[in-house]
Ligand binder design. Structure first.
Ligand code: URP
Ligand code: ZN
Ligand code: ZN
Length: 467
């Protein structure tokens, strides 16, 4: 028996359009749109009609950068695939692309299979994987080709974290050369980790151990330098490049210069760089540890360059880099030594709301909101138009969003499995009301109705900005 749901009376917003339309879904797909009040729309029948009058009807969010259960700094990111994808659904995100990890000495296959097993049967929403390359060698280079064919079409490399995930320039060049042949997209953590480690050592030796020093040693110049170097290596390899978690004005300038030359270079930023700053890292009594992530939070002056980059399309995507560690027991590991604070912030639940607040504040338009949070990540990671839009044939991943609701973000009310919020007390205009994931209602008028295992693994095609 086929199951039809009708979303009636809302303003449908995609990256391309805003139209007052009714949306008909059947068996998990969108089958038709018709003008609200038209004879066609009036003739539709459905098992369930959702009234979206005075609401926005938007595509489910696509978060292209999460780390559920990630092992890092001697501990694990606090959200499992179960808790993290449920929190994502609460916040109107219906697809995540998480990072499977190759440990040094391990085959890519081994790492990837471990991540398939972690996620399988546990996710509330759909998911895909990027692969972290921590050991570039002849075998792992060959394996990249197989992974691209399997739907793992993007590979993260690190210029940071020596001894953990770090690759030197030769390894990076080899991986880029391989990607230029197999169609993969290299995602780069662009910070000069070798220089940063010298500054970490010097800071600790001088007794500068507080969380704020994490931001001070991870210098803007070392993000900009690494971004520049990554771009030059990608040019030499004739490969596309996607720079993750861009935080500094000078790094945006490197991306903009490359794009002005017509190079296939892309950039992502995250809400924490748009809304938080080094003021948070400097909070007293070790509270600053809550804001330790890499790249680090920057002085507030960098934010206008990030917003500008998002408007001018020098930055294409906003992802969360969701990588939560509890304050108690996890962030606390770095009391007396900031370098031992596990790096990462919680955020998967709040991206759509924070970017709607950016619409309210006049930083971006409504369509750009949907572009940077839904359509553009779907295109970047080979999921479009199945994900990221509202159109016949697309998955029925739909959010009914109330643009007038008022909410206050807090650890007391969020659904991420972490004991603090980096946005504690922040007021937001707008709230997710109802969420459909492939036609299933997973949030129903602010009640969770989803289940672990509804979410499916979603193989991806190659980056659609290159074809
Ligand atoms: N970003 C961060 O601080 N933690 C997660 C790992 C990474 O993305 O580098
Ligand atoms: Zn990173
Ligand atoms: Zn990350």
């Amino acid at each position: 028996m086929s199951k039809r749901t009708l979303v009636r009376g809302g303003l449908v917003i995609t990256a391309a359009d805003e139209v007052h339309a009714d949306v008909l879904t059947e068996d998990g797909r969108i089958v038709a749109l018709a003008a609200n009040g038209s004879d066609v729309a009036a003739s539709w029948t459905a098992d369930r009609v959702i009234d979206a009058t005075d609401k926005y009807v938007i595509p489910g969010g696509v978060d292209g950068h999460t780390h559920m259960e990630m092992p890092f700094g001697g501990t694990f990111a606090a959200d499992t695939f179960e808790t993290g994808t449920r929190a994502a659904a609460w916040g109107g995100t219906t697809t995540i692309v998480d990072f499977a990890i190759q440990s040094p000495g391990q085959a890519l296959r081994e790492g990837l299979d471990a991540w398939y097993a972690k996620a399988d049967g546990n996710c509330a929403i759909d998911y895909g994987f990027h692969m972290i390359l921590a050991d570039v060698n002849e075998d792992s280079l060959k394996e990249m080709d197989l992974l691209v064919q399997e739907g793992i079409t993007s590979f993260k490399l690190f210029m940071a974290y020596p001894g953990v995930f770090y690759s030197d320039d030769g390894k990076i060049l080899r991986a880029m050369q391989r990607a230029s042949h197999n169609g993969g997209l290299i995602m780069m953590h662009a910070e000069n980790g070798i220089a940063i480690d010298v500054l970490v050592e010097q800071a600790l030796a001088a007794g500068r151990t507080d969380p704020r020093h994490h931001g001070e040693v991870r210098k803007v110049l070392l993000e900009a330098e690494a971004t520049h170097r990554a771009i030059q290596l990608a040019r030499v390899a004739d490969a596309p490049l996607y720079v993750v978690h861009v935080s500094a004005e000078e790094a945006v300038a490197e991306l903009a210069a490359a794009r002005d030359m017509g190079l296939p270079v892309f950039g992502e930023t995250c809400p924490q760089y748009l809304f938080l700053s080094t003021d948070n890292l400097a909070e007293p009594d070790f509270e600053g540890a809550k804001y330790v992530c890499s790249t680090p939070l920057r002085p507030r002056e960098h934010q206008s360059a990030l917003w500008r980059g998002l408007r001018t399309n020098d930055l294409q995507v906003v992802s969360t880099d969701h990588c939560p560690f509890c304050f108690n027991g996890q962030k606390e590991m770095g009391r007396g030594d900031f370098s031992k604070i596990p790096n990462g912030l919680p955020g998967v639940e709040h991206r759509m709301d924070l970017l709607h607040q950016a619409v309210v504040d006049g930083h971006i338009t409504r369509r750009r909101w949907i572009e940077i949070a839904c359509a553009s990540p779907a295109r970047m990671f080979g999921l479009y138009p199945k994900k990221g839009t509202i159109a016949p044939g697309a998955d029925a991943d739909i959010v009914i969003y109330d643009p007038h609701a008022e909410q206050t973000l807090s650890a007391r009310t969020h659904h991420m499995d972490v004991d603090y919020s980096v946005y504690e007390g922040k007021r937001i205009t707008g709230q997710v009301e109802t969420v459909l994931s492939r036609g299933e209602v997973v949030i129903d008028g602010r009640k969770y109705t989803g289940r672990p295992g509804h979410g499916s693994y979603t193989p991806r095609s190659t980056c659609q900005y290159l074809t």
